[in-house]
Ligand binder design. Sequence first.
Ligand code: NAD
Length: 511
Amino acid sequence: MTEQQSVEKMHERKVNLYIAGEYKDSSSEETFEVRNPATGGMLAQVASATPDDAKAAIDAAREAFGKWSKTPAAERAEILFRAGELIRENTESLAESLTMEEGKALRESLAEVKQAYNTVMYYAGEGRRLWSLVTSSETPDKHTMTIRRPLGVSVIITPWNFPIMIPFWGLAPALICGNAVVFKPASYTPILGSKIIDLFVKAGIPRGVLNLITGSGSKVGKALLDNVNVNVVTFTGESRTGKDIAETNARYLRRQVLELGGKNPLIVAADANLKVAVGGALWSAFSNAGQKCTAASRIIVEDSVFDRFVNSFVEAASRLRVGNGLGQGVEVGPLVSESGWQKTKEYVEIGKREGAKLLAGGADLKDPSQNKTGVDLSRGYFYSPTVFEGSNDMRISQEEIFGPVTTIIRAKDMAEAFELANGVRYGLASAIYTTNLRQAFKAMYEIDAGVTFVNQGPVGIEIGASFGGIKDSGYGRELGEAAIDDYTEKKTVYVDYSDAVQPWFYPWRSQ
Ligand code: NAD
């Protein structure tokens, strides 16, 4: 047994559903496999939930909601704080599991686990706040205010690309606000999903307050959403799926937050510090093998510095070390799945057919004849960091590839750069590298996106500020204070302490 195989053996486990405080098999007893995308090694057998299981989880959450919602938020916070402490104590093993299940380089997994910790601690702190508003009343002897009430059952559906951070973006605020939760992680990353449940169980989450459903979205999605007992849905995933989910939510007139795809522009102005811009573009295009909703998948460079930027960027991209994310010094791991790897290969062919110029990469590293790295990568879904020069109307510039592929686009001036940046159906993240204050402010106000980074690539989301997209990238905002609004209903309360019979019509007071 190789060292890698014995690490995998150590981590191999059975993943069960968690419903009403009990770990359970699927009611059909069916399971599916999760394998390491870098090695093909078996990691877990996972319960494949049925629609009945989904219903049972929603029922359990509905039942637990009453007591949980009446528990003081400061007490709910204690459980979140304990979950946070457990994340910190287990950072290394969580990060190692994350890399084995999802593929990203270990240093990125460590950072992601830290972000999960930051999120749960931030919202645990909210347990002592949960502010709402007192408004000065229009009438004497009256107190006018809004109070916050939890919504009820929250269904949180998450993708595989940040399998511990993104679940916490939903779970932590939903729970602190007093909602009960049904959580469905993506089928590629249920192990991390079940580790999150284990953390909360150890931290003392009451029975039924948090439930886990694992399995394919197409199989249990309908049962999770087509249920009158669900009050809020948070979905992070593809735009197409998000639109379908929005249709169901509309039928129930329920609260939703949709965090969807992106085709994010990174503008490099002629006055930018090019060294800083190359570093930021590299990080945001190729970290997590480009499988990020915020990845810099279009790099728009002003004409006068185009060649200089391209030369350094291509050189740096070609030097990136691809391999098993657990390996020393590895910067880019595998794609998460065979379909992700196939999709990347297909888009590279599409790019070539469209006439885009291949500047770096374009190699299927699984294929020994294309792999020049000197490391055997044939068992994983590896693809080399790929850079095209192309135009904004090409499919590789318009469609989300979700792999290690980026396109550099030439802009004759900054006016054209902004026009190109906005020339897509998505609007999630964006970035500009410039030393010109005027251009920085134009980017802030003129780029159609939920987030703009100045002199930073479109990565590195912080917990305290809201996050989300416009256009096909989503609906609503997560994180910061926005998430407290996502998971609470504001009720307005008028208290009249005049002890007087009021006249019927406005103005109530005679002048
Ligand atoms: P996906 O849409 O395939 O799946 C996301 C989740 O939805 C999974 O848990 C999946 O099982 C579930 N699902 C699928 N079909 C469903 C249905 N009909 N009903 C209910 N649930 C269903 O997306 P993915 O491949 O896991 O993730 C990649 C996508 O996520 C990319 O488009 C990426 O841009 C996007 N993403 C967006 C953000 C953001 O914050 N905007 C963050 C990360 C990823």
